[in-house]
Design a protein around this ligand. Sequence first.
Ligand SMILES: [Zn+2]
Length: 364
Amino acid sequence: MNFPLPRDLRALTPRVHAWLPDGHATWGMANCVLVAGRGTALLVDTPYTAGMTGRLLELAAGVLAPGTGIDTVVNTHGNGDHSYGNALFPKARIIATEANARHLCAEPAPADLARLVAASDASTPLGAYVRRHFGRYGDFGGLSMVPPNETFSGELVLDVGGVAVRLIEVGPAHTEGDLIVHLPDEGIVCAGDVLFSEDHPVHWAGPIDEIHRATMRVLECDPRVVVAGHGPLMSPADVRAYAEYLLELREAIHSAHRAGRPLAQLSAELVGGDTRPHWGLTERMAILASLEYRALDHDDTPPDLIGLVGFAAGFAAVPADEDDGGHDGKDADGAETAGAVAESAIAGPLVRNAAVPDAVPPVA
Ligand SMILES: [Zn+2]
């Protein structure tokens, strides 16, 4: 691992601790939450790699009473950055929604993802992008994929050694099988990737109305603290601001669709006119626009997820130390820059996105 991991777990209440890796403008650095009851503990989501999960277990041992183990794991959804670490909990109940389990076949196993990254062509936008964001995870520590061994639909209430835990199905939203975790006595909701904190979100199921509905479900729990799938802790006001962003984005996409604007043009406009420039991963708006166009076109064929990442990669700013001069070199005005970016999204070489100079993602 060539990136920093948390030195400690953040105490949210005496019984709840959060693993909050510094995930700004990264893919894969997901948050986890440890719920410590009397004589037993539950973990919401598991990290991406064996090494990260091992570190989390070390930190958990420092928080849990002697002899207390993590007997229950909950996966908020099926993406690997929330579930690959399941393999380090061979005796645990691993709980997810029934819809999550049904759609796991669409998720790549760790070895498949590692192979995909290693085999990617770094001279293409997609290859450069996946190496930049996923290369740091190597072979994921050789993990194998471990699916949930217990599923539910609707709502499931657990008693974790005296701590009440509500698992509430909210998918399809981010994926087909999302759930949120409500800890009513602690005033906490773990939202999984229904929410991203301080990054532009990526969603794979949608449409945006469904993400918004799931976001409002988080607020209906009346939490004091919300743990998003990625990024810093959120207040209810932060969640409301995120809901507002979703509605703004929905309106921009729907009006472009009504006006017949091509997807690549709309995506370049959204990225170039980023209304949240302090958030990372601006290019993800291209994925949201693409999925929303599919919904508006009533296209219910399975989306090409790799193709979507490749589409977004064409709109990503290229870090200075990765830029080998492959950009067009012109100081074009906004419209021309957007055109160049749109072109690169389809087939062209790496293009520095001059429209979003502040959105250069860090390289670990
Ligand atoms: Zn995630």
